[in-house]
Design a protein around this ligand. Structure first.
Ligand SMILES: [Zn+2]
Length: 280
């Protein structure tokens, strides 16, 4: 998955850091990022690659090397250009992909909170923690992380799984029921509500599998397997433009090329293990 970066160690503990020549730099323009592409891979600029010294903000480290956000609007980085952040989903090396996507979430958070949402005053960056504060009214703003669920519904009697797909988009992969947690509900309630809304089923025996940061949409995804409870008749919510069907292990589409998403891993796991996914 996107956060699985092998032996590399992501360190998001926040304390002031000075950039050195080897520090990685992140710069985003809209949904593009500064990088250099080569055969199926990419690299990020280091401070030594820049023609002039930029204004920087420390974000996090991997293997002890700092990643800094470039605050200037334009950057003079010979040999580097901009590519869509989404382009990098399958790109190597994986730890730089993870850094680029995570940095993008932070960059969008900083950019969206330059002014206080309560009183309108310009905000300030807290130098010792990952916080933005308003010097006028004292409001503190933390990074935006929206919890959501991914739900694999299993019918143990027939060893089948519910897969969904957006209608009218033939290229889109099959996925699992998914949705954001709403105000005032627990993760478990999100599961029950989203399943009922999207496919009209009741579920029971939730089994937590894994969670996944999904910085593309400021999300923390929580993945569950569960059993259908009672009727297996699917009622699709067409307002969500979805189709949904039961698939056997043999027919379930594994999304072999998708090595970054929790959804793909959960579908592959059902294909490999069948009902055993419910025994964790
Ligand atoms: Zn304020």
């Amino acid at each position: 998955m996107i956060q699985d970066i092998g032996e590399h160690i992501y360190d998001n503990h926040f304390e002031p850091h000075e950039a050195g020549p080897g520090s990685y730099l992140l710069h985003y323009v809209g949904d593009t990022m500064l990088c250099k592409l080569d055969d199926g891979g990419f690299c990020l600029p280091r401070l030594a690659d820049l023609a002039s010294a930029p204004s920087l903000r420390y974000l996090f480290s991997i293997d002890g090397t700092g990643f800094f956000l470039i605050l200037d609007e334009t950057v003079d980085a010979p040999g580097f250009s901009y590519a869509p952040v989404n382009w990098t989903r399958d790109a190597e090396p994986r730890h730089l992909l993870f850094a680029a996507v995570t940095g993008w979430q932070l960059a969008r958070w900083y950019e969206a909170n330059r002014f206080c949402g309560r009183c309108g005053h310009p905000t300030e960056i807290v130098p010792t923690s990952r916080e933005i504060c308003c010097p006028e009214c004292g409001m503190v703003i933390y990074p935006k992380i929206a919890p959501g669920v991914i739900v694999a519904i299993i019918d143990p009697a027939t060893e089948r799984i519910v897969l969904t797909k957006y209608a009218g988009r033939p290229q889109v992969h099959y996925a699992l029921v998914a949705g954001f947690t709403e105000i005032g509900e627990s993760i478990e309630q999100t599961v029950a509500r989203e399943v009922m809304e999207e496919v009209g089923l009741k579920v029971k025996n939730l089994v937590f599998y894994k969670s996944q940061p999904w910085s593309y949409s400021d999300t923390l995804l929580v993945g569950f397997y569960c059993e259908v409870d009672g009727s297996t008749e699917i009622t699709v919510d067409h307002s969500e433009l979805k189709v949904a069907e039961w698939f056997t292990r043999e027919d379930a589409l594994p999304r072999e090329n998708d090595r970054v998403s929790l959804t793909a891993e959960m579908i592959r796991r059902f294909k490999e293990r069948g009902n055993a996914v419910l025994n964790q």
